[in-house]
Design a protein around this ligand. Sequence first.
Ligand code: SF4
Length: 370
Amino acid sequence: QCSVVCPTGAIVVRNDTAKLWKELSDKNTKVIVQIAPAVRVGIGKELGFSEGQNVMGRIVAALRRIGFDEVFDTSTGADFTVLEEAEEFSKRLLTGDNLPLFTSCCPAWVRYAELNYPQLIKNISTCRSPMQMLASILKEHHRNDEKRVVVVAVMPCTAKKQEAARDEFKEDGVPYVDYVITTQELIHLIKEANLIFSEIEPEAVDMPFGTTSGSGVIFGVTGGVTEAVIRRLSDDKSSFALRAIAFTGVRGMQGVKEARIDCNGREVKIAIVSGLKNADDLIRSIQQGEKQYDFVEVMSCPGGCIGGAGQPVTNRDGKYNRGAGLYNADRMSNIKRSEENPIIKELYDGMLKGKVHKLLHVNYRKSEMY
Ligand code: SF4
């Protein structure tokens, strides 16, 4: 096992990794890490595996050897996002207010809308991103710890660093997510720690926040958020219905997809876009009255987070393989729907009572430039 401090001393690549080694070596600090869905299928090729291979268990084990005290899966946060977003969407469908509902998981999209379409901010979901939801829950859980608690997020994304720095995601000036490192930075950490990734035995994430659903895992690919929300909204919980949802048009690497579903007898029109140019074109067509939707998923990176700027560069086939890796993980998951994740009920009945808005939602209208 490697030591909790950088064994090589060659720590200067990004400030975040340098600061992180310092946190990891501080005995009075508990360092908790969460891993985004897309990272598990984006990191392997650089470390001796095939493109798109799911190496989550090895990432977990590597992070423990590097010195992280607790390791979690951002997919758990995504399960909370699914429940909150599905409820928010249902309410908006009833009132007709602020439709279409635009998703809020992608900070680059949120920022793009703030700068270019401020009139659409009211349409963006108030749900925090999965990273922020899980971080808020973790900080709340450890509120009375004797040690200082630091939350780190391994993300496929450089925009998540800016999201973590936003004032809305701080409590008394302290961010819920203290550090964001990208997949590329994690590769660097693993190499600095002299770990031979391919020889590490896979391990499971920690409890009590270690249960996830397949719905949470597919957040990493374009259409995944929508598919997860449809699973939640669907009255038919059979496995046949689950398979049918996958064929509504939500899957595939196209930059613009459309789906129509029935929700309580009403036809719901959905658009899924990845790539900001596609989002721009779609918004214009909505504004010009050419298109009408109830729900719009926007991911800034083509293909979704699997193609994020913090991931090793890949091509279209590589993205396809990464997406397939996440869908395989969903297929192998024995919990398919977010609402079936046992930690969800436990936390809504416990820690989250009276704190759902504080810990799981955000008001972007107050946002300032960062
Ligand atoms: Fe980050 Fe890209 Fe995912 Fe948006 S789509 S959250 S910018 S990786």
